[in-house]
Write a protein that binds this ligand. Structure first.
Ligand SMILES: [Zn+2]
Ligand SMILES: [Zn+2]
Length: 272
C-alpha cells in the first residue's frame, strides 16, 4: 500500500450525473484513508449558456469551500472543475478560469463540435469507417485542447473507447491515431501539463484505465513530467477506487511521483 493516496477527479451532486454531497464524499474519502481529493464537477463550455452552468459552477465552488473548511487538517480538499470542451467556447472557459480560484482545472472532451456525448450513439449502427472518422476528429480536437494554456491535466484521454470498445465490444486499431496521440502528449509535455490516469474504466466493461498504460508510457518517452490520478467517482462508495492501480501504472511507466495541484501549480508527491 502507498503512503499518499490522492483522488483528483471526483464529482458531487452538483454534477448532473453526481449522487452525493461534497460532505458525504469527504467522509467517504477520509474513511478510505485518502490524503487528498479534488472535486471536479462538470461544466460543459459548449453548453454553458444553454444549460445555465454558471449556477452549477457557483454552487459547486461554494459547497467545495465548505467541505474544505470542515475537513481541514483531516483531508486536503482541492477546488477543482472538470471543464468539458473548453476550446469550443474559449470565451466562456477563460472567464470561468479567471472568476474562481481553482486548484485544478481538469480538461475533458465528451463530444465533437455540435455533437452528442460519446456515450450516446448506438455504435452497432456504425461501420468501421464511421468509427474511424469519429475517432480521427476526436484526436484532432485533443491536439487543440492540449495546447490550451489554462488546463492543468487532460482528463480520460481515449474516452470514446469506453463505449466503442467497452460497451459495444468493437475493436479499434489504435496505430491509426498514433501520430495524433503523440502530438497531444507532446503538447502536454512541452507545456508542463499533466496527463490524467482515469481509473473509472477499471470499474467498467472496458476494464482498463483511460488512457491505458501504453499511452502513459509514451507520455514519459515524450518528456511528460506530471501525472494525476482520478477515480471519476460519481458515488461516495467509489472514491479512491483504482488509485493504487493507477499509481502502479505510473511507476511502471517511469514516473516516481504523482501530482497534486494547488492554485494551478503542480506539486509532485513521491510514490512510496
Ligand atoms: Zn468526463
Ligand atoms: Zn468526471
Amino acid at each position: 500500500m502507498y503512503k499518499n493516496i490522492m483522488d483528483l477527479h471526483v464529482h458531487t451532486d452538483n454534477s448532473f450525473d453526481g449522487n452525493h454531497s461534497a460532505m458525504r464524499m469527504c467522509e467517504s474519502a477520509q474513511d478510505s484513508g485518502l490524503r487528498a481529493i479534488a472535486f471536479t464537477d462538470h461544466v460543459e463550455a459548449d453548453f454553458f449558456r444553454e444549460h445555465k452552468y454558471d449556477r452549477v459552477a457557483a454552487q459547486s465552488y461554494f459547497d467545495i469551500s465548505k467541505a474544505r473548511s470542515a475537513f481541514c487538517g483531516r483531508l486536503l480538499v482541492c477546488q477543482g472543475i472538470e471543464l468539458g470542451q473548453a476550446t469550443y467556447d474559449l470565451e466562456v472557459s477563460e472567464e470561468l478560469y479567471a472568476k474562481y480560484k481553482y486548484d485544478i482545472l481538469v480538461a475533458s472532451l465528451h463530444n465533437l463540435r455540435g455533437g452528442l456525448d460519446f456515450s450516446a450513439p448506438d455504435y452497432d449502427e456504425f461501420d468501421d469507417d464511421a468509427i474511424d472518422a469519429m475517432l480521427q476528429e476526436y484526436f484532432d480536437e485533443l491536439i487543440i485542447l492540449s495546447g490550451w494554456d489554462k488546463l492543468d491535466t487532460l482528463a480520460h484521454m481515449t474516452y470514446p473507447l469506453r463505449y466503442i470498445c467497452g460497451k459495444y465490444g468493437k475493436k479499434v486499431d489504435m496505430s491509426r491515431y498514433a501520430e495524433k496521440i503523440d502530438a497531444t502528449l507532446k503538447n502536454l509535455a512541452d507545456n508542463e501539463k499533466a496527463l490524467e490516469i482515469n481509473t473509472s474504466g477499471l470499474r467498467q466493461k472496458i476494464g482498463k484505465t483511460m488512457p491505458d498504460e501504453t499511452i502513459v508510457k509514451r507520455f514519459k518517452e515524450l518528456g511528460g513530467k506530471y501525472i494525476t490520478i482520478g477515480s471519476d467517482s460519481h458515488y461516495a462508495e467509489d472514491i479512491g477506487k483504482g488509485i493504487v492501480e493507477g499509481m502502479d501504472i505510473a511507476l511502471r511507466c517511469g514516473f516516481d511521483s504523482v501530482a497534486l495541484f494547488q492554485r494551478h501549480e503542480a506539486i509532485p508527491i513521491k510514490i512510496e
